[in-house]
Design a protein around this ligand. Structure first.
Ligand SMILES: C[S@@+](CC[C@H](N)C(=O)[O-])C[C@H]1O[C@@H](n2cnc3c(N)ncnc32)[C@H](O)[C@@H]1O
Length: 342
């Protein structure tokens, strides 16, 4: 029976639920390579879409070559692998090369391979690491030679960022170092990078309504990008003051406004349905074509299909169309949903 082997990046906690959601497709799932990366063999050469369907995969690339990392421990070994993989890249017409390391320990092997590929292909190779990365600036639909280097194995694949499901090689976002009041800021950056991949025609919104804004990581990010933010939260305390931020310490369920917005951002705690009802109630203040970035907090991972269906139903009733729903690298037990008001 024809089958296909894929390299996937799925959060360790979410893994059993990803597996359950595509159970019938999977012939073999190999042990973790590190940091949530795993190789799975599917019963049929299916496209990436079903792999991403549950929203839990952060990256999915077909495997076109594998070598033990031990083979990259010497310059000669790395040269041999690079020669073979450079030929494959030429055959496929792939102009961008990205190497991401799945484990810190694999740094030397990744660097050696990158150097040899640069020599073989006379092109720059970007290395992405899990702790401070450079990002390949290929277009979403450019074919990228994408190499994951783990402790035990290095894997080669050819994919586009769009098909693989993430704007970052391996689905590994850069580690943003700043003094934001919360790491939610990084989640928002990742959401906006993902929006650019998912809906490249969507302009970055300028006027935001933010529900569940305290302590203000996302507010700070938006203000820093030049946006105006109406920030709402019932917490004691306030988001950092900024001339472009209007702060309302109040319950989102009673908040009203006459202002108009290009986007609603909802990162409220509580049940996803009640958060979605608050978004739905305020949806009339959103312009047609406006964006929704909504974090769905999951009581349990296995609730995802039900939660998503309920929330989609609530949002559909007020004219939202889903653009995507996925587990971002900066999401904890939650997924981020992108929708557009039609
Ligand atoms: C995950 S935190 C938000 C983090 C924030 N987005 C940031 O960037 O720092 C969730 C917030 O939702 C707020 N929240 C929960 N229920 C709310 C409600 N009914 N109205 C307003 N805020 C609410 C909580 O007070 C809490 O501050």
């Amino acid at each position: 029976m024809p089958c296909a082997t894929w390299l996937l990046h799925v959060d360790r906690q979410a893994w059993p639920h990803w597996l359950a959601s595509v159970h019938a497709l999977v012939l073999r799932a190999e042990p973790e390579l590190g940091e949530g990366f795993r190789v799975v063999t599917l019963r049929a050469p299916v496209e990436a879409l079903p792999l991403m369907a549950s929203g839990l995969a952060r990256w999915a690339q077909p495997v076109a070559g594998r070598t033990p990392t031990a083979a990259l421990r010497s310059e000669d070994g790395a040269r041999e692998v690079a020669a073979l993989w450079a030929d494959l890249a030429r055959e496929r017409g792939s102009k961008h090369i990205s190497i991401y390391r799945v484990r810190k320990h694999a740094a030397k092997a990744a660097e050696r391979l990158a150097r040899q590929l640069e020599l073989a292909l006379a092109t720059a190779v970007m290395i992405t690491t899990a702790d401070g990365s450079s990002v390949v600036r290929a277009n979403a639909d450019d074919l990228v030679t994408s190499i994951a280097v783990g402790d035990t194995e290095a894997l080669l694949g050819f994919t586009t960022f769009r098909a693989a499901g993430s704007p970052y090689p391996g689905g590994l976002p850069p580690v943003f170092v700043d003094d934001a009041p919360s790491r939610a800021r990084w989640k928002l950056r990742e959401s906006l990078d993902w929006l650019a991949l998912t809906a490249p025609d969507h302009p970055e919104p300028r006027r935001w309504l933010e529900l569940g804004a305290y302590p203000g990581g996302m507010t700070a990010e938006l203000a820093g990008r030049g946006a105006h933010v109406v920030a709402v939260d019932l917490a004691t305390g306030a988001v950092p003051a900024h001339p472009a931020v209007t702060w309302h310490r109040t319950d989102a369920s009673t908040f009203t406004t006459d202002a108009r917005f290009d986007a609603i951002l909802c990162d409220m705690n509580g049940t996803p349905s009640s958060a979605a009802r608050n978004v739905a109630r305020l949806a009339s203040s959103l312009e047609v074509g406006g964006l929704l970035v909504h974090t769905l907090k999951l009581p349990h991972w296995e609730d995802l299909p039900t939660v998503r269906a309920k929330v989609e139903e609530i949002l559909k009733d007020v004219g939202f169309t889903l653009l995507g729903c996925r587990h971002l690298a900066y999401n904890r037990q939650e997924v981020t949903l992108l929708a557009r008001k039609t």
